[in-house]
Design a protein around this ligand. Structure first.
Ligand code: AMP
Ligand code: MG
Length: 346
């Protein structure tokens, strides 16, 4: 069996892909965040194939994707008003909500939790596919576990090849947001941010009035820690090189990197900084003046730099809130939270 590529703009695509989903197959789906590896969320065997193909630990639950907010009631119970408000404002879009799960969702999808993560993606072809399939689609990011996420169909092909490890890929072009969805847990006393993404903490606080930030967002979590979003404790997004985040002004960072740079190292920087790194193998992932370009370009750049000859990557990271908060969360995880302040260390 070969992996089939369906163009997103072919009107037959949702129906063809839905048939594969209903038959228990795997389809890589484009979304505005990243490409997901999708299967029927109600079918335990199909869900098991996702874990196997990705090499994903069994205790890392999947997000289920629905085609419209009304479908929430089929899969969740005790839905608070805040969930409906969030859905009204941010769906379809890059926001995932954690809610109490109904029994129709198998344990393999939720890793045995009594909650489920739910999202309604913006990408039209994917919503059409979910509606056609008539089932929610469980889909983690389509990358092989631990590697940078997939933001193009070519990334998915790179990870799985064409020899049928997955049944199909819907090619919807590059993802607009480029980092995974914001996850907010609505099952506790107060709403809690489990993962930052395209919907920002400021936007959530404005709507919810309050928002706690989970400790997994802020720092490295030991593997035996119990965390609210189990996926956050694993090594993530990492190319094979060691990544170091260099903070400080552009000039201080460039001075530090030029002093420490050796053959085989690489630099991941903002486009505006490229001239400062001549001769230091620089790759720009976007513009610091346009943070959305950084989120859209981050994973592609990390993948380009995932080469055996590169041993150390010096990375520049945006600071502050908004989408920068999500970019810095992913980059810090890729760097295992190794940061060097170039204004302090010589
Ligand atoms: P991925 O799709 O690869 O971005 O992974 C999905 C993320 O959602 C992981 O970090 C999971 O731990 C998180 N997640 C999924 N279901 C739940 C849940 N019920 N409660 C908390 N986090 C969840
Ligand atoms: Mg992932």
């Amino acid at each position: 069996m070969k992996t089939v590529i369906f163009p997103a703009d072919d009107p037959r695509t949702p129906k063809k892909a839905a048939e594969i989903i209903r038959n228990g197959g795997l389809v890589a789906i484009p979304t505005e965040t990243v490409y997901g590896l999708g299967a029927n969320a109600l079918d335990e065997e199909a869900v098991a194939k996702i874990f196997l193909a990705k090499g994903r630990p069994q205790d890392n639950p999947l997000i289920i994707h629905i085609s419209c907010a009304r479908e929430l009631e089929r899969y969740c119970h005790d839905i608070p008003d805040s969930a409906w408000h969030l859905a009204e404002h941010f769906w379809p879009g890059p926001l995932t909500m954690v809610l109490p799960v109904k029994d129709c969702i198998p344990k393999s999808t939720t890793s045995g939790l009594d909650t489920v993560a739910v999202r309604c993606p913006k990408t039209a072809v994917t919503r059409a596919l979910i509606a056609q399939a008539g089932v929610p689609i469980a889909a983690p990011s389509a990358n092989i576990s631990g590697k940078p996420s997939t933001t193009t169909a070519a990334h998915v092909l790179h990870d799985y090849g064409t020899e049928g490890k997955i049944d199909a890929i819907i090619d919807g072009g590059p993802c607009e947001v480029g980092v995974e969805s914001t996850i907010v847990d609505l099952t506790g006393a107060r709403p809690r941010l489990l993962r930052p993404g395209g919907v920002t903490p400021e936007e959530l606080s404005a709507l919810l009035g309050e928002l706690e930030i989970d400790k997994a967002v802020l720092g490295q979590i030991a593997n035996d820690t119990v965390v609210r979003a189990p996926g956050m404790k694993y090594k993530h997004y990492a190319p094979r090189a060691e990544v170091y985040i260099i903070t400080g002004t552009s000039e201080a960072a460039a001075t530090y990197v030029r002093r420490h740079f050796t053959q085989g190292d690489a630099v991941l920087c903002f486009e505006e900084e490229l001239p400062l790194y001549e001769g230091c193998n620089p790759t720009a992932y976007g513009k610091i003046g346009d943070v959305k370009s950084l989120s859209a370009g981050l994973f592609s750049a990390l993948r380009d730099l995932d080469r055996p000859e590169i041993k150390t990557i010096y990375a520049r990271c945006p600071e502050g809130g908004g989408v920068a908060y999500a970019v810095s969360n992913r980059l810090k995880k890729a760097a295992a939270f190794r940061c060097v302040n170039a204004e302090v260390e010589a």
